[in-house]
Design a protein around this ligand. Structure first.
Ligand code: IMP
Ligand code: MG
Length: 184
């Protein structure tokens, strides 16, 4: 796996420092209010689990699954595969957590969907933000790092389903995504 990485962009220690900062911002924002962190699977599972353990105030945790990428490196059609139960959404303050904000499609669609399903407030928190790729106007309320227009993997982010378990974020060697994906 490591041999497929062109450049290490964020080592583990820097990731944790960044998450500590954002966890403090989230904690200050919610203060005494109830809220539910919605981790968008699969990409955000690692980020969300590190983030919530650094937020020392009560919260609930929910999951929702979405996919917008096939095995390529450009955004495709968004599929919402499952959402939390109505009772977990209606009247709740939600914090949507995703691995990366790219075109903005996922966050835009999910925010609309959760508001239509009766959420009281919907905020967003992303591990990475690629503002140069945005096709829809969408700003994350909380973000850890901004990245350039580069396909990155690791720390939850995948290419063709792989590399999510890399403990750091790195760019993939172009020859990896220029060849047909295997077993994705
Ligand atoms: P958006 O809907 O275009 O904002 O895309 C969000 C989703 O695209 C993320 O949740 C990721 O799954 C995927 N994505 C976007 N850029 C990258 C990348 O550089 N590496 C891995 N996945 C990415
Ligand atoms: Mg994803």
């Amino acid at each position: 796996m490591h041999k497929d990485i062109e450049q290490k962009l964020y080592p583990e220690a820097q990731i944790i420092q960044g998450i500590d900062r954002v966890a403090k911002e989230v904690t200050a924002f919610y203060g005494g209010r109830d809220f539910t962190v919605i981790s968008i699977l699969k990409g955000s599972c690692i980020f969300a689990s590190d983030l919530i353990r650094r937020i020392p105030i009560p919260l609930e945790l929910g999951f929702c699954a979405c996919s917008s990428y096939g095995s390529g490196t450009t955004s495709g059609k968004l599929n919402i595969n499952f959402l939390p139960e109505e009772s977990e959404v209606q009247g709740h303050n939600l914090l949507l957590v995703d691995d990366i904000l790219d075109t903005g499609n996922t966050m835009h669609a999910l925010k609309k969907e959760f508001l239509a399903r009766g959420a009281k407030e919907v905020k967003s928190c992303v591990f990475l933000d690629k503002p140069s790729r945005r096709t829809l106007e969408f700003e994350a309320d909380f973000k850890v790092f901004e990245v350039e227009d580069l396909f990155v993997v690791g720390y939850g982010l995948d290419y063709a389903g792989r590399y999510r378990n890399l403990p750091y974020v790195g760019s993939l060697k172009p020859e990896i995504y220029q060849q047909p994906a295997q077993g994705a």
